[in-house]
Design a protein around this ligand. Structure first.
Ligand SMILES: Nc1ncnc2c1ncn2[C@@H]1O[C@H](COP(=O)(O)OP(=O)(O)O)[C@@H](O)[C@H]1O
Ligand SMILES: *[C@@H]1O[C@H](CO)[C@@H](O)[C@H](O)[C@H]1NC(C)=O
Ligand SMILES: *[C@@H]1O[C@H](CO)[C@@H](O)[C@H](O)[C@H]1NC(C)=O
Ligand SMILES: [Mg+2]
Length: 374
């Protein structure tokens, strides 16, 4: 009851603001969370304010969270749980009918499976990269981040690979290697350029991505949806210490001023606008080993972002409060991945890093709330 009353008061306030915003010469607040007022006509033509419509006024809620209407629009752009489960079951039951060059570097392969689908197969430079690929996916699911394609492990040379024995020999993978499979994703485009607010990686007066930055005004829905996904990307790559996306580009900025305009490594876009975080081999294991090199980029980049998806922030708060991020990740991985035991989990030292990154991120979100929260 109290909430409903508050809502109507807020709504009237918004309408009033929209009204005054239309008066010639009246100062307009320069706040990122405000979108340009609707044309006058619409305000008068609607006899009763439509809550759905009014909710769409602001892109940001409480100063640090993307609004629920953006969450709803975002839903179709990721890999939904049902689709992920169905793919996992299908790929584990299928035989590998052919293996061709494709899916990136020369040791990767594009496989055609007996259910007619295609999958990218990677062997990694070593098993830690395959661990990174698989564990990154499960961490994303734990956080409710759906932009990471599903990953299933397989043992190359097991009976399901009988049809491709010759191709396997030619691939020269280590005998019986555990490889990762991800679904082939149609019609991806590369060259995804980071938003201007992130292009300098949080160094200097970069501005960053927050509700009072100039960056949110006049954005189309498509642009806002992409920004929402970028904020998850920064959080995710910070947690996994994955330097092989935006951070590696930031390093190249030193000798190549235009590197950002050419797009971001290992990031693609689907036709509907969903971003796809491919190739997470550098995440967690490899990334944690090299963290002393890369964290001087990872951390400022994280600190330059003060906007979050509410579900992501809620997941972080929970993992921080319970201090069980590595245990939860391990449980999920063991439950879902039949080869988890053979490939193994994070070393205890790296498991502790995961938790401390969760804790640092939680602290950063609290800092954003203190600075921008309303
Ligand atoms: N699952 C996939 N679906 C569609 N295309 C893919 C997929 N995986 C990789 N690719 C294509 O292959 C390229 C290289 O992939 P990536 O995973 O980054 O491999 P690597 O870095 O090991 O060479 C990508 O830029 C993309 O064009
Ligand atoms: C990919 O693009 C082609 C050409 O635009 C289209 O015919 C096809 O349906 C698309 N495939 C998917 C899976 O979206
Ligand atoms: C933003 O919108 C206003 C009013 O609709 C317009 O005058 C202005 O040019 C736009 N600015 C940008 C950067 O698109
Ligand atoms: Mg790559």
């Amino acid at each position: 009851m109290g909430q409903a009353a508050g809502f109507w008061i807020l709504l009237c306030g918004c309408l009033l603001l929209a009204w005054t915003g239309l008066q010639p010469g009246s100062p307009r607040e320069d706040q990122g969370s405000r979108v340009p007022p609707k044309p006058f006509r619409t305000l008068l033509a609607v006899p009763e304010p439509d809550p759905e419509e009014e909710e769409e006024e602001a892109a940001v809620q409480d100063g640090i969270f993307w609004s629920p209407w953006l969450e709803r629009l975002l839903l179709p752009s990721g890999f939904p749980e049902a689709e992920v489960r169905a793919w996992e079951a299908a790929v584990r039951a299928a035989r590998v009918l052919s293996l061709e060059r494709g899916c990136g570097r020369s040791s990767n392969r594009l496989a055609v499976l007996s259910d007619g689908s295609r999958a990218c197969v990677r062997v990694g430079i070593n098993p830690e990269q395959i661990q990174g690929e698989a564990l990154s996916f499960y961490l994303a699911r734990l956080l409710g981040i759906t932009n990471v394609p599903p990953v299933a492990l397989a043992r190359a040379g097991s009976p399901q690979w009988a049809p491709v024995q010759d191709e396997l020999r030619r691939a020269q993978w280590p005998a019986g290697a555990i490889v990762s499979l991800t679904p082939w994703i149609h019609n991806l485009t590369g060259g995804v350029v980071p938003p201007a607010a992130l292009r300098s990686g949080g160094g200097g007066d970069a501005g960053g991505l927050h509700s009072r930055g100039a960056g949110l005004q006049n954005r189309s829905r498509a642009e806002l949806l992409e920004l929402v996904q970028w904020t998850d990307l920064i959080v995710f790559d910070y947690l996994t210490a994955n330097f092989d996306r935006l951070v590696s580009n930031l390093v190249s900025l030193q000798w190549d001023r235009r590197v950002m305009e050419r797009g971001t490594s290992n990031l693609h876009r689907r036709p509907g606008g969903g971003l796809v975080l491919l190739d997470n081999e550098a995440g967690l294991v490899h990334g944690y080993r090299l963290r002393s090199t890369w964290d001087r980029y990872n951390e400022p980049l994280l600190r330059s972002v003060c906007l979050f998806r509410h579900p992501t922030a809620a997941a972080i708060a929970e993992l921080h409060r319970r201090r069980d991020a590595p245990q939860r990740l391990r449980t999920l991985y063991m439950q879902r991945e039949p080869l988890a035991g053979e490939l193994g989990f994070l070393a205890p030292e790296h498991a502790r890093h995961l938790q401390s990154r969760i804790d640092l991120l939680h602290g950063h979100i609290a800092h954003c709330r203190a600075k921008y929260g309303r």
